[in-house]
Design a protein around this ligand. Sequence first.
Ligand SMILES: Nc1ncnc2c1ncn2[C@@H]1O[C@H](COP(=O)(O)OP(=O)(O)OP(=O)(O)O)[C@@H](O)[C@H]1O
Ligand SMILES: [Mg+2]
Length: 205
Amino acid sequence: MPFVNVRNLFKSYGNSGKYVLNDVSFEINENEFVCVLGHSGCGKSTLLNLLAGFIKPDKGEISVDGQFVSKPSEQRGVVFQDHGLFPWYNILDNVAFGPKALKNKDAYRISKRLIKMVGLEGYEKVYPSSLSGGMAQRVGIARALATNPQLLLMDEPLGALDAMTREKMRIEILRIVTFKIKLHIYETLTCTSDYYDYRWLISHF
Ligand SMILES: Nc1ncnc2c1ncn2[C@@H]1O[C@H](COP(=O)(O)OP(=O)(O)OP(=O)(O)O)[C@@H](O)[C@H]1O
Ligand SMILES: [Mg+2]
């Protein structure tokens, strides 16, 4: 059975009657690394939000590891374009948020290990406002991994970064993903720099 199974997915917003996703079906196997490419507004974030369980399809089914997706789950980590860190929590508490919510007694130990893995050891007590965009994005990745998800979903994880930081972060993501992740959906736009991010990641995975 495929790890991710998407069957005849339809999604529209409001009463527009227009499907953003119109009969979409695909399968992804374990340990696959998948990039979704398409022009702005074609429905990439919509697809990602459906896989995350943030929104529901009009019709069709999504299953991950044999379980139907009907709501968000700690089994599916999400990295947002603008990192989405809680400004009122320091880095350690941001990363520990998920495992603490799950009442994991090892929340801080796990989080410290992940902070080290993304190269931010020593920044545990720092607040997001003091981090650069690339550092914050790495914290976002650590946070998404803290519940040990089966599936990591990334919506343009490099979109908010400048060209030089993107270059570094591509290598970072590859390192982290190779080390940790079973499946990674990485979305890009069609503009040149994003396209090269995609090409580079796929060719180095
Ligand atoms: N919450 C919403 N309410 C109404 N329409 C929406 C909503 N979210 C997305 N849409 C519409 O659905 C379509 C797909 O949007 P989506 O954000 O999935 O595109 P995208 O491929 O991620 O685009 P981009 O590359 O610009 O991020 C667009 O036409 C958008 O206007
Ligand atoms: Mg989008």
